[in-house]
Ligand binder design. Structure first.
Ligand code: PLP
Length: 371
């Protein structure tokens, strides 16, 4: 089989898996208890927080563990906007974790503006400049789009937000572990990340919150995560997340070069096979290839590839039950005759050059069979 849906989720790294086992089987004590049996868990939590902070240029006390990207996005938006008299700005190409959290704020009376994206799925800083006002409390724009991989001009967007007295949040779920991410260089106030997108376990992630940011707690209860996100710490998963992030960051450059090569092989092969397609996005996140094939239907391609044991996606995993054209493809204004035939191939650590060529060949077979 060929698994090429790494933007939806990645396999767990073996070292990360092995790092979690002792905290499930031996050192299972509640890390918040004061006795010596909990010391191993406490120490591991402290080290993981330090490792993760270091990798994004943050301080350890600015890392708050959550259950993943969805919770981190919800916390950043609701924690700033709920009860606020200000407005906020986001973009039309965000993940539903951001868009639906914004919709929830709108139901509470918060005014939310949605910035458009261009044909390359890029949010233009000029558009933010035009719409931001002194009443804007928060700007939230993703670092890299999950459907087409486009990387956004975060440094410029955050500068505009700050010049106008607003906070800046970025959903960096597709970026962390795959491209350099420095919260100080990019002047980010809050950043969401999720371990299962960089070969860590599912159900664990973090929200970076810059020291001094006035944010409401996400969950009330115990004193964990400085009293802002209560709940017994998931030590095993947190430790594994740190190992996975460290490993991905250490090998980032070589991974990027390898994934770019797979992209190229697949694109070249599709051209040799005379497939009429558009490659969407700005070639941002390495290994993420969104293709819109003329005259095809994304859902049909996905099922035919599935029969060949090739696993790709029509876009966001969360959209896979929805046969409509995704909000991102619509926002980019992909021409109608191509838009319906959109699929996302996202390569990862397990993929080979043969996989890239085989996927292109399989697509050609399917398309030729339709003629
Ligand atoms: N944000 C983006 C950009 C994503 O790609 C995803 C997952 O698909 C999420 C948020 C949600 O993350 P999680 O699955 O950890 O809740």
């Amino acid at each position: 089989m060929i698994y090429a849906d790494n933007a939806a989720t990645t396999p767990l790294d073996r070292d990360a898996f092995e790092a979690m086992c002792p905290f499930l089987l031996e050192y299972y004590g509640n890390a918040s208890q004061p006795y010596s049996f909990s010391v191993a868990g406490k120490k591991a939590l402290k080290q993981a927080r330090k490792t993760i902070a270091h990798r994004i240029g943050a301080l350890p006390e600015e890392i708050y563990f959550t259950s993943g990207g969805t919770e981190s996005d919800n916390w950043a938006i609701k924690g700033i906007m709920a009860g606020s008299h200000g407005s906020m700005i986001t973009s039309q190409i965000e993940h539903h974790a951001v868009l639906h959290a914004c919709n929830a704020m709108e139901r509470l009376g918060v005014r939310v503006e949605y910035l458009p994206a261009d044909r390359n799925c890029m949010v233009q800083p000029e558009a933010l400049k035009e719409r931001i006002t002194q009443n804007t409390r928060l700007v939230s724009v993703m670092m890299a789009n999950n459907e087409v991989g486009s990387v956004q001009p975060i440094a410029e967007l955050s500068r505009i937000a700050h010049e106008n007295g607003a906070l800046f949040h970025t959903d960096a779920v597709q970026a962390v572990g795959h491209m350099e991410t420095d919260v100080n260089y990019l002047e980010i106030d809050m950043l969401s990340a999720s371990a299962h997108k960089f070969n860590g376990p599912k159900g664990i992630g973090f929200l970076y919150i810059r020291k001094g940011t006035a944010i409401q707690p996400y969950a009330d209860g115990g004193a964990q995560e400085a009293g802002l996100r209560a709940g017994t710490e998931n030590v095993a998963s947190i430790v594994a997340m740190a190992v996975a992030l460290e490993k991905n960051c250490e090998h980032m450059q070589e991974n990027q070069i390898r994934l770019r090569k797979l992209e190229q092989i697949m694109e070249d092969r599709l051209r040799v096979e005379n497939i009429d397609f558009i490659r969407n996005g700005n070639r941002g996140i390495p290994g993420n290839i969104s293709l819109s094939i003329r005259g095809a239907e994304g859902e049909m391609l996905l099922h035919r590839l599935d029969l060949k044991k090739i696993y790709v996606s029509t876009g966001s995993a969360c959209d896979s039950k929805n046969t409509e054209i995704s909000h991102v493809i619509k926002a980019m204004k992909v021409p109608d005759e191509y838009a319906e035939g959109t699929i996302r191939v996202s390569f990862g650590a397990g993929n080979t050059e043969e996989d890239a060529a085989d996927i292109a060949r399989a697509l050609a077979e399917i398309m030729n069979g339709m003629k």
